[in-house]
Design a protein around this ligand. Sequence first.
Ligand code: BGC
Length: 481
Amino acid sequence: MSDPKLTKAVDSICDQFIVTKSKISQLTEYFIDCMEKGLEPCESDISQNKGLPMIPTFVTDKPSGQEHGVTMLAADLGGTNFRVCSVELLGNHEFKIEQEKSKIPTFFFQDDHHVTSKDLFQHMALITHQFLTKHHKDVIQDYKWKMGFTFSYPVDQTSLSSGKLIRWTKGFKIGDTVGQDVVQLFQQELNDIGLSNVHVVALTNDTTGTLLARCYASSDAARAINEPVIGCIFGTGTNGCYMEKLENIHKLDPASREELLSQGKTHMCINTEWGSFDNELNHLPTTSYDIKIDQQFSTNPGFHLFEKRVSGLYLGEILRNILLDLEKQELFDLKESVLKNNPFILTTETLSHIEIDTVENDLQDTRDALLKAADLETTFEERVLIQKLVRAISRRAAFLAAVPIAAILIKTNALNQSYHCQVEVGCDGSVVEHYPGFRSMMRHALALSPIGPEGERDVHLRISKDGSGVGAALCALHANY
Ligand code: BGC
């Protein structure tokens, strides 16, 4: 028998996670305002700008797919993994890639380990060395490597090959990296272990890589119908980029803008850093759980509040905090579960098992997932309610995820630019790729957004996997050094 008090409490929590059509419209309009504000010159300190960060990437062209050249290196520091690749662009939308991925050791995320910036970049340099020893032993020392470095955190980028970390996100907290040029930090460590022949020539973000890789992969015939216009990530973190007209990027130094215009350039890719949308909480839907996670459990309180409602790092933590609250109200018993004292122990993968479990199956996958992840035994009635909560959390995330896409399409008028009016959005990240139903819920929300059902039909969400390899190599290809 289900407990009516618990059922009532869960229903009222689920109601707080509903994002209505009018909320989507309000957020979309506000997102456009924040983009415009973010393109204006920053007063002094970029972290104080109230609009979106809107970081110029210094990438001015979308690849055609015919680019080719020497083999280049790419390194990618993401939310969970560090990846090193060598990439050869072959033209004709083809490429060859060798790669190694390693988990970032957990102590880099822990406060009590006192890790320094040097420790992190040294670790990355060592892994790069191992990669070269394994895959390119014959040329390791006497080949001049160009490297594109995908660093997926907010940086104040001042050229294609330099940028200072504004702040860490996704759980990192290494204080002495903030304000430093991450390219110099990496280059220094590469030099120190004898890899001064590896030149970090381009700094990029995973979103930019995703857009560039999608353009490279897309055939000319496909491009004539669906132009890739946005690159986005819904994984551990979330972010997106698009091509903005140079004349609208008022924050660019006027001399560099003029120079680019005189070279015939018209656009620049902007890394919006949309994880930071509405840090002031003017319009974002907010529950007491969001506030608690931000203030008590996140490493960057007050920042990246959109990300904390949408990205994979936080969805399980929202569920954990709801269950803790239900226990506090004496409606639910967590027994001896490790959930109590372990923030972030519930992963999005656990939630994805719960999301698609069925009553016909007695919600047994849910039972197994909760036992495995948190040593939590549940009754069938409890599992029904937990599934309801999971679906409310993921639906809110997917509905919010549609907002920046709709906003960018409206701001750039992308849906009215070609005869067929169709566009592609290159997507990467575990949530958009693997979370059951995430993309269809996003589509549903796009239809509810101001672009409407007609606009939604013209948007193709395509998984684009090679951003940090091909995308970074494309950036490195054009870099001068
Ligand atoms: C970072 C972005 C990154 C995104 C997706 C966010 O936390 O601030 O730079 O693109 O995660 O990885």
